[in-house]
Design a protein around this ligand. Structure first.
Ligand code: 5AD
Ligand code: SF4
Length: 477
């Protein structure tokens, strides 16, 4: 019937090795798209991880180059984009619920273009469902064809026909993509795309393609531009940043890249996400030597049981994780740690869950993102036998969260009556009379003080401690 290009989950599943050549190209705007947005507005709804936040900033940059103006009002937007997440079922249900509500808006304004992109667009069953039951969605495109957005819109405005175009290629690297950043004090920079780890529970290697690194000079160019714009913090992004450069034939790519970024003199550098398995001693050494690399690390462990880690395909043991954790603490004594933990992985026993609690007691994380395992389409874990009831999984999650909160508060108490350096992000969303920002240790700090602007790094004296934030005032001596 229609000329749809659908995602091919099977093809993604068959990927076993690094392709010889990743297509590298530069973004160019088709001439007929240049003024298409004149007098029109766009609105983007972003779900999920920071990779999606960065992709939305790229789409915003592309649309603004086409002269679209931004709005946060769906009713007045000519183009509404849902940039979606597929990591857990709850994330997908949330998006589908919101799109459902657009049925009447689309009836009222039939000219409105409603687009769905991101990880859900890479799943064949999900796209099939959207085609059949969500006629209000006009445009579906995947994570690999964001750069084609101008051409999609040109076609849509020309013949008003639904477009479903999802590439299931291994992925390319497109440089010179426009960007409209959401913060003026900091910014995300992708250092690599995709993931080759294939943890058995995870959909990301299928939705985001093969691991592929950007060239160091392109990354540095983007960071220098951010510095010229007055930004103080760069957040390096990759599903597994420690694998940076492997596909470029670099021995110790991430350590080399991190050092060259630290040498630029940008005041703050963070990176997400680290995989314990690929963490090299030389990265610890670079972190130790450069004070502009922040003293906070997100190091997902997922479980405290070796048996569960094995079935998850994580490629390390609890002992190896602890060894890495201890080495980082020895080298950078004031470092803070956050992690990700999954409870209720198929057939996780009480004893195995207890081991996760024991690991939390050992590491005393500053914060942890905790999840109940959610089976994902065609991943190996989805076929595993599971005899744990949802009730038990929920109880485990609550017990784990209580433990995490206890350590979060305990760690924060160490900051009482101390001074931390905070990068001001402007007024707090909850209370506009108060400023907010993050300390070098990645603690959320709400504070008072006069004459402080977004982008300033200021000393803040902490006078109140909460479980997930610190309160204080700017120190004036
Ligand atoms: N179910 C639950 N949590 C998951 N994560 C990834 N896939 C799943 C899943 N199928 C969690 C992991 C990962 C984080 C980004 O999301 O903890 O580190
Ligand atoms: Fe998913 Fe594992 Fe890759 Fe992280 S490292 S994105 S959990 S497959």
């Amino acid at each position: 019937m229609e000329n749809y290009k659908l995602p091919n989950h099977r093809a993604e599943q068959k990927r076993t090795r690094q392709p010889e050549n990743i297509l590298r190209d530069r973004f160019s705007m088709p001439a007929e798209a240049l003024h298409l947005g004149k007098g029109r507005k766009y609105c983007i709804h972003t779900f999920g991880c920071q990779a999606n936040v960065r992709d939305s900033e790229t789409m915003a940059g592309i649309l603004e180059k086409m002269e679209f103006a931004e709005t946060d009002n769906d009713a007045e937007a000519d183009v509404v984009i849902f940039n979606t997440c597929a990591i857990r079922k709850a994330a997908e249900d949330h998006v589908l619920g919101q799109i459902g509500e657009f049925k009447s808006l689309k009836k009222e304004y039939p000219e409105k273009i409603i687009a769905l992109c991101g990880c859900m667009a890479q799943e064949d069953e999900t796209v099939d469902r959207i085609i059949r039951t969500y006629p209000q969605v006009d445009l579906v495109f995947g994570t690999h064809n964001i750069n084609v957005l101008p051409s999609f819109l040109v076609r849509m405005y020309k013949d008003h026909r639904r477009i479903v175009e999802v590439e299931s290629i291994e992925g390319e690297v497109i440089e010179d993509l426009p960007v409209s950043r959401s913060s003026s004090s900091k910014g995300f920079v992708n250092i690599m795309y995709g993931c080759n780890k294939f943890c058995t529970y995870c959909i990301v290697p299928y939705t985001r393609g093969v691991e592929r690194s950007r060239m160091p000079e392109e990354i540095l160019k983007e960071i220098h531009k951010m510095m010229d714009e007055g930004r103080k913090e760069v957040i390096l992004l990759g599903q597994n940043v420690n694998a940076y450069g492997k596909d470029l034939g670099m021995e110790d790519g991430f350590a080399e890249l991190l050092e060259s970024i630290a040498e630029t003199g940008i005041p703050r550098i963070r990176f997400y996400t680290s995989h314990p398995r690929d963490y090299s001693a030389s990265v610890i050494d670079v972190m130790h030597r450069y004070s502009n690399i922040m003293r906070s690390l997100h190091l997902p462990v997922q479980s405290g049981s070796n048996e569960v880690l094995k079935r998850m395909g994580r490629g390390y043991t609890v002992e190896q994780y602890k060894e890495l954790f201890d080495a980082l603490k020895r080298s950078i004594p004031d470092i803070t740690f956050t992690t990700d933990l999954i409870v209720g992985f198929p057939s996780e026993t009480d004893e195995q869950f207890q081991m996760t609690l024991d690991l939390v007691d050992y590491c005393q994380f500053d914060l942890a993102y905790t999840f109940i395992y959610s089976p994902r389409q065609k991943t190996p874990a989805a076929a595993m036998k599971d005899d744990v009831s949802m009730e038990v999984k929920n109880e485990r999650l609550q017990e784990l969260n209580r433990r995490i909160t206890r350590y979060a508060k305990l760690n924060n108490e160490a900051f009482m009556h101390k001074t931390v350096k905070v990068l001001c992000e402007g007024p707090s969303k909850k209370n506009p009379d108060v400023l907010c920002g993050y300390s070098e240790e990645n603690k959320l700090v709400n504070f008072t003080g006069s004459g402080v602007n977004e982008g300033d790094i200021v000393p803040v004296y902490i006078d109140t401690v909460r479980s997930f934030s610190l309160d204080g005032h700017v120190q004036t001596d």
